[in-house]
Design a protein around this ligand. Structure first.
Ligand code: FAD
Length: 316
């Protein structure tokens, strides 16, 4: 089933989980170890992130350095298929522009279609660590909007080879990313919102937000979206903070704020366990408030650590 169909059918808030493919060389059991403890909450769908290749430098025998391209977390499509087979729940692969030509994008969309996967979350992807700014692949998409346009065309049976007659249309339900605290590259909130509107106008069916720790930012974001005519479901994304390090790392990596009330609670923590408990309790309160406001789904960023997410959902 499509994400939008799950949303249309439910009367209560659903819980979905986002996982990362394991590092190359680690088996699929790692995915099951993350998901097994969460399946009791009957997630309607599981998201699986996509990770672009990175350049690394390796020292050669003659003492020089060679530049190599390495994808550290491959396997998104295969993991999605495995999840559907093992648990009988829908999966949502993330697809990114970075590192893909439009032909390669078409190929992966065909593969997903053949696997019976008809949900995708379409993203631009971040810049490579070695880049100053995001650089698209030669013949690749520059932003999520272009990726949406390609997918919407395929949903109408239009592939890259224009001479294909009566080509089978795909039937993807398309999700996109939204940023309650604005995307870090955008000059201002309103410009970012207009870009989000372009993605929805182009055919995106729903939005999943970046993580936030202050629900008011989500409520304000939804209100601003509705005011400019973005009417699709907006799924809040949450991440319980589980370590002291994340208090500084998460805002840096994801360009989000941690509210002063939460920071005050962290100030009196003495152990890693204290930090985890505060993070879990904060996420529980966020969820309760969001559920009171009848959000259709809460999307949890597990970052491959299901323990604290399980703790949160078990308390709802
Ligand atoms: P876009 O919508 O293309 O926007 C990127 C920037 O360009 C924004 O600042 C936007 O305002 C601006 N922009 C858009 N259109 C235009 C235009 N026409 N002219 C000028 N500016 C424009 N990353 C991964 O690599 N893998 C993942 O699996 C992944 N999953 C994610 C899941 C969620 C729910 C979220 C919220 C993010 C995820 N990301 C993932 C991170 C995401 O790829 C980055 O945040 C990326 O920097 C932006 O992606 P986007 O799809 O929002 O880009």
């Amino acid at each position: 089933m499509k994400v939008t169909e799950h949303i249309a059918q439910t009367k209560k808030t659903l819980f979905s989980f986002e996982i990362l493919p394991p590092l190359k060389g680690v088996g699929i059991q790692a995915i099951y170890n993350t998901l097994d403890p969460l399946m009791e909450f009957k997630p309607p769908f599981i998201n699986v992130t996509y990770h672009r290749s990175e350049f690394i430098f390796r020292k050669t025998a003659d003492g020089l350095f060679e530049k190599k391209i390495v994808r550290k977390r491959p396997g998104t499509a295969g993991i999605c298929a495995a999840i559907m087979t093992k648990y009988g729940v829908d999966s949502v692969p993330h697809l990114i522009c970075g590192g893909f030509s439009i032909d390669e994008t078409e190929d992966i969309l065909i593969e997903l279609d053949f696997l019976g996967i008809n949900n995708v979350l379409l993203l631009r992807g971040d810049k490579m660590k070695s880049e100053e700014i995001f650089t698209p692949q030669k013949d690749g998409h520059k932003n999520a909007l272009q990726l949406i346009n390609q997918t919407v065309k395929m949903n109408k049976g239009a592939y890259l080879e224009e001479e294909l007659n009566n080509a089978m249309p795909t039937d993807f339900c398309i999700g996109v990313a939204g940023y309650p605290e604005k995307h870090y590259e955008s000059p201002d909130f309103d410009t970012d919102l207009q870009h989000l509107k372009s993605k929805v106008d182009a055919g995106a069916h729903y939005i999943v937000t970046q993580m936030f720790f202050n629900n008011q930012k989500y409520f304000d974001f939804v209100k601003a979206c509705r005011q400019i005519g973005i009417m699709v479901p907006i799924i809040p994304g949450l991440k319980p903070i589980t370590t002291k390090k994340q208090i500084t790392n998460l805002p840096k990596i994801f360009n989000v704020d941690i509210p002063s009330d939460l920071l005050k609670e962290f100030e009196i923590c003495n152990s890693e366990n204290d930090y985890k408990q505060v993070g879990i309790e904060w996420a529980i309160q966020q969820c309760k408030e969001l559920m009171n406001e009848k959000v259709p789904v809460i999307h949890f960023y597990t970052m491959s650590n299901s323990e604290s997410v399980k703790n949160v959902v078990a308390n709802l």
